[in-house]
Design a binder for this molecule. Structure first.
Ligand code: SF4
Length: 242
């Protein structure tokens, strides 16, 4: 059975339901909210790569141009310094769910995932760095309702990867910067949280390997079904949708 690519942003669904990693997927419409999020995200990426504010404003989409200076001001308050020797923005990690080992695939890859090894999962951090003396992962989000960072599997995955790359069993600061409120929600992922999340990822990886070896994947209904691109191909969803 051929798996879909497993990414940090879809991990919450894979943790709930192993079948969603294998069933056929329909193409999802690109929503206006996603389009607006991208328009805001791109200038923030330029900023974290060191571009000048005037240049970023000039190159930003007209729909969001007026917001850019205050967004950048909010992002600056997030207080993330570079980690010596590591890239800062748009950092893609590769994670091997069978060994639990992580590495940095590159920065600013622009969706070029050709460097992944067989079986590795990927996720991209908007910014990694140092906050208050400790390693940190910062993500920008433009949605209305944003969960705290420790509750997001995407952020948990990035914490596991960053700690793995640094090779020290330290905690990792997690932060979501809301581009709507220009506020940053910081939380600390303690070493024991990260160890637990790594173990869950490895359990999902082991189950994934069983399916690859021939076991039938089990669909599991839950809150993540709402965003699943495989609904129309899922035996559990068809006829049972709430
Ligand atoms: S619709 Fe729900 S149960 Fe079916 S594959 Fe998607 S996440 Fe799994």
């Amino acid at each position: 059975m051929k798996p879909n690519r497993i990414t940090g942003s879809a991990l919450a669904r894979y943790v709930q339901c192993e079948a969603s990693a294998f069933l056929e997927q329909d193409e999802q419409p690109y929503s206006e909210a996603a389009r607006q999020g991208h328009r805001i995200h791109t200038p923030l990426e330029y900023w974290s790569l060191g571009a000048r504010v005037e240049d970023i404003v000039a190159r930003s989409h007209p729909d969001v141009r007026a917001q850019i200076p205050s967004l950048l001001e909010g992002a600056q308050r997030a207080e993330v310094e570079p980690l010596p020797g590591l890239p800062v923005a748009e950092v893609t990690f590769a994670f091997n769910p069978l060994t639990g080992k992580a590495r940095i695939l590159g920065a600013g890859l622009n969706r070029d995932y050709s460097g992944f090894n067989e079986g590795e999962w990927g996720g991209t951090a908007d910014v990694i760095g140092l906050h208050d003396g400790g390693p940190a992962v910062l993500d920008w989000k433009s949605g209305k309702w944003i969960k705290p960072p420790r509750e997001l599997w995407q952020m948990r995955f990035l914490a596991v990867c960053l700690q793995g790359v640094l090779g020290a069993p330290s905690g990792v600061f997690l932060a979501i910067h809301s581009t709507r409120s220009a506020k940053t929600n910081w939380q600390m992922a303690e070493p024991e949280d990260i160890a637990k999340w790594r173990q869950t990822l490895m359990n999902v990886g082991a189950a994934h390997a069983e399916v690859m070896a021939g076991r039938e994947p089990a669909p599991t209904l839950g809150s993540e079904c709402r965003f699943c691109a495989s609904k129309n191909h899922c035996p559990a969803w068809i006829g049972n949708a709430p």
